[in-house]
Design a protein around this ligand. Structure first.
Ligand SMILES: [Zn+2]
Length: 305
């Protein structure tokens, strides 16, 4: 069943059992696999709770075992609602708002959003490099200049002091990939593009010098410093729209998007952008998050380390 509102979501999943069954289908589409030993030969559903028993290792487990849902006893309905909300709001959702919407403490909501952002990172990593017609650009994220110490402000060059440079690429009508960088030097820019864009792709940028010499691509640029923004098919409006959305989210919702967490926020925005471009409906977006959350098992230890 499709749904596009929180009301539909709650009707489709009226209780814990309906959520457990759905998560089981997403996690084990071809049959239950024991998360403890990896066997799938003799697994029985126990009548008590939502537990399975594995005849090979004698272990018991539920669908939460080894996923982001394991370490909290929150009802899955609240996780489903959080996954729906984080993928439905274009600019994201603040932990204070999520707390009100699903009836948890702000601390719990913050924890849930953090875990869902780890899922977003995993989704981004699974996608591999982008290709086709690609736009690249860099921007600066971070504190507002008026809050910076005066002596630092005086030495500001092009508004970059105290801000975090971010580079990004977007595939036209496709995914975005971003990365925090030290500075938009040719070295860092080339490294990022080579690991995130397939050779042979068309690459559109502005006239920043760091984009010169990318010989593996059909590279063309618009001369922003001379006021040129479009030259035929060559423009960078897509990646600029992404930066604009990110910044509206940053200033409007995430008042303290610290440098430490910035890459997670970026992954969240990237995932949502890709889902919107792929025209996924509300349910498909939520399922993509839930399915990836279940598949995080192997890398989960690394993610929380
Ligand atoms: Zn087992």
């Amino acid at each position: 069943m499709k749904f596009d509102s929180m009301f539909d979501l709650m009707e489709t999943f009226p209780n814990e059992e309906s959520c457990v069954r759905h998560l089981e289908e997403l996690r084990w589409p071809t049959g239950v696999v024991c998360p403890l030993c990896g066997e799938s030969r003799k697994i029985y559903r126990l009548t008590r709770g939502f537990l399975f028993k594995c005849s090979d290792c004698k272990g018991q487990f539920s669908v939460r075992k080894g996923t982001i849902f394991e370490e909290s006893r929150l009802p899955l309905r609240k996780w489903f609602a959080a996954a729906w909300l984080i993928t439905s709001n274009r600019k994201g959702i603040a932990s204070t708002q999520l707390a009100r919407e699903i009836g948890v403490t702000q601390k719990t909501a913050w924890f849930m959003l953090g875990r869902l952002r780890e899922v977003a990172i995993a989704i981004g990593d699974m996608g591999g490099p982008i290709h086709g017609v690609v736009e690249a650009d860099e921007t600066y994220m971070g504190g507002k200049e008026k809050n910076k110490h005066a002596s630092k402000r005086e030495h500001a060059g092009r508004g970059a002091v105290g801000k975090q440079p971010v580079i990004g690429v977007v595939e036209r009508e496709g995914r975005v990939k971003t990365q925090l960088i030290e500075s938009p030097s040719a070295n860092e820019v080339h490294q990022f593009i080579k690991s995130n864009v397939m050779p042979g792709s068309t690459l559109y940028t502005d006239d920043h010098r760091s984009y010169l010499g990318l010989t593996d691509y059909q590279h063309a640029s618009v001369n922003h410093s001379a006021g040129q923004y479009v030259m035929g098919d060559c423009y960078t409006n897509g990646i600029e729209s992404f930066w604009a959305l990110l910044k509206r989210g940053h200033y409007g919702i995430f008042h303290n998007m610290s440098r430490k967490h910035l890459h997670r926020y970026l992954a969240e925005f990237e995932t949502r952008w890709g889902m919107a471009e792929a025209e996924l409906g509300g349910r498909a977006r939520m399922d993509a998050m839930l399915e990836s959350a279940s598949g995080l098992r192997l890398t989960y230890k690394g993610l929380i380390a």
